[in-house]
Ligand binder design. Structure first.
Ligand code: TMP
Ligand code: ASP
Length: 254
């Protein structure tokens, strides 16, 4: 078997050259990091769950017309994606105060925000992904004003859709981080959703108990990360369990 060429290795994923030009294989590792790698651990099976959860969410988003890099899942840990040029800006959407917003502005975690808020961070490990404004993004050429508009419009549609989807399975979508890429086709370029959406990149709280079902369990040393991720997958209807056939759809929580 020939060795695949590794194109990029990040903290939680590896990108390999894909089977055809313009494609890549996105591999989900079991590594968990926080605070820019200061805290690091390996959590058996996390990559498998994130691969499935992200596949499910990207497929649903594709179905409602959100353009994404996702092509199909290949195996337990890998998916085939279209090669894009990643915009070096993380887009964070918040519905409820938590995490760095609560710290920065002194708003209690759990306080509903008056409206959904979009924030941008410059993707730079050395600088700790600092919060930046649209002015920084355009002045330094990280994205054009049109690209910012496209990313914001897509981010709000994604937020509306995912908020409803998670609400239906008894989960509050507190906030999430997404990344976008430039997809070049012939002479055209368009902005598409890239990277992943998983409990690593979202805050997901149980609607009744406020139990955290996301990576804050790792960041805050709460334990039970795998159980929480499994619970998200189970509620989404993508975890084989008892007599529920795989892919039989989301589990409605009454
Ligand atoms: P924050 O409150 O720490 O800024 O995080 C906001 C959201 O973004 C939260 O859902 C976690 C996610 N996130 C990432 O996916 N990667 C990161 O590097 C950071 C800092 C946050
Ligand atoms: N993923 C980031 C890191 O490893 C931070 C985080 O998700 O909290 O540093």
């Amino acid at each position: 078997m020939s060795r695949r060429r590794r194109v990029y290795e990040g903290k939680a994923k590896i990108l390999y050259e894909g089977p055809e030009p313009g494609t890549l294989v996105q591999h989900f590792k079991d590594d968990a990091t926080a605070f820019n790698n200061k805290k690091h651990d390996t959590i058996d099976g996390k990559g498998v769950l994130n691969n499935r959860i992200s596949e499910y969410l990207f497929t649903r988003l594709n179905d409602i017309g959100i353009p994404t890099h996702f092509v199909r899942r290949l195996n337990m840990r890998e998916q085939l994606i279209r090669e894009v040029e990643i915009v070096p800006v993380e887009v964070v959407v918040r519905n409820v105060a938590a995490g760095s917003l609560s710290t920065r502005l002194g708003i209690d975690e759990g306080t509903p925000l008056p409206r959904s808020i979009i924030e941008f961070c410059y993707k730079s490990d050395e600088l700790n992904d600092p919060l930046v404004s649209e002015e920084h993004i355009t002045a330094f050429g990280w994205a054009t004003p049109q690209e910012i508009d496209d990313m914001m419009a897509l981010a709000l549609r994604i937020n509306d859709f995912l908020t409803g989807l998670f609400l239906g399975i008894g989960i509050r979508l507190v906030d999430f981080k997404i990344e976008f890429g430039r997809l070049y086709e012939n002479d055209m370029m368009r902005i598409v959703l890239a990277d992943e959406i998983s409990p690593d990149s979202c805050r997901l709280w149980d609607i009744k108990t406020d139990d955290k079902l996301d990576k804050d369990r790792f960041r805050r040393d709460m334990g039970g990360l795998m159980d929480a991720y499994r619970e998200v997958a189970r509620r989404l209807g993508i975890l084989m369990e008892n007599d529920r056939p795989e892919g039989s759809g989301p589990v409605l929580v009454k």
